[in-house]
Design a protein around this ligand. Structure first.
Ligand code: ATP
Length: 282
């Protein structure tokens, strides 16, 4: 099928992933993801949360959407073409339009280089700007957008930034590529509550102002409630629930979703969590 503009930007169709052990291992195959489907359309930017407990298959779905892991069956299509069949040009476009922001940003940095290096690599490898001055301006704008000071951040070494600042740098790096989708795998699980709110706000603003969609992987339903448009709940690799994020959390139909909601801590155990969050958000 040829790629046309009315095709979804990114589409997972009945994706199943079975991890088999290597020749020397004697483990049973693990079905990490079962018949997983999802569509993200360029003209309708959305934050899609993928929630579930540890081992439910969230990261596998994210890695498959990024083309890092091959599905056992089913397919991932980018603008209508299966990833495996993308020619060189469209593959490059996919690499630019679909970006990753992962859980532990420290591993994405080379500790020997200043943070500037992360951006230099992007500017060198992709056509970000026509002139070096324009590129510098684009880098500064991206860093300012995530609420950081470009002068300080660019000259710092990765260890001189906090975890939350490193995470925001990685979001700025992704933004510099003008992506249409960012796959964010537990982007706030390693930062404290106040920084978490700031990063989630950046995500919401990027959806609103830059039209970037997010596949937001989380084990934390309260953040999904606050920022997601759509919520998919995974249980043992299966999508047990999907729909409008707030509607799903307010009225879960699956027992597992109810258990996930009950697992979210609330200051007063007599107050139902979803009601508490609603009051919070009002
Ligand atoms: N490379 C791999 N080889 C073998 N099994 C794997 C591999 N990656 C994941 N798995 C298994 O697949 C299942 C789903 O894992 P996955 O990492 O996708 O879940 P998750 O929901 O993201 O979990 P977490 O929140 O702990 O990251 C687990 O049982 C896991 O052990």
């Amino acid at each position: 099928m040829s790629a046309t503009s009315d095709q979804p930007l990114l589409q997972a169709e009945q994706v199943t992933k079975v991890y088999r052990s290597g020749l020397l291992e004697q483990r049973e195959p693990v079905t990490a993801l079962k018949q997983f489907s999802l569509e993200i359309h360029a003209e309708q930017p959305r934050i899609v949360a993928l929630a579930g407990q540890s081992g439910s298959g969230k990261s596998t779905a994210a890695q498959i959407a990024l083309g890092f892991v091959q599905p056992t069956s089913g397919s991932i299509r980018y603008r209508g073409t299966p990833l495996a069949k993308l020619a060189r040009g469209p593959r490059r476009q996919f690499r630019q339009e679909v970006q990753a922001v992962l859980q532990d940003p420290f591993t994405a940095f080379n500790p020997v280089y200043r943070v500037r290096h992360v951006f230099d690599v992007v500017v060198r490898n992709f056509e970000i700007a026509a002139t070096p001055a324009e590129a510098r301006r684009a880098v500064a704008e991206a860093i300012e957008f995530v609420g950081l000071d470009p002068a300080r951040v660019l000259d710092a070494y990765p260890h001189q930034l906090s975890g939350g600042e490193r995470q925001r740098v990685m979001i700025a790096r992704a933004c510099l590529l003008r992506p249409r989708v960012i796959v964010a795998d537990e982007p706030v699980s390693m930062v404290d509550a106040s920084i978490r709110a700031a990063i989630l706000e950046v995500i919401v603003n990027l959806r609103k102002e830059a039209g970037i969609s997010f596949l937001y992987v989380t084990h934390d339903l309260s953040t999904a409630y606050h920022i997601a448009d759509e919520l998919l709940v995974l249980y043992e690799g299966e999508t047990v629930e999907r729909g409008d994020a707030r509607a799903v959390i307010d009225a879960p139909t699956h027992e597992y979703t109810r258990r996930l909601i009950d697992a979210v801590p609330v200051p007063d155990p007599d107050v139902r969590w979803a009601a508490a969050v609603r009051e919070d958000a009002a």
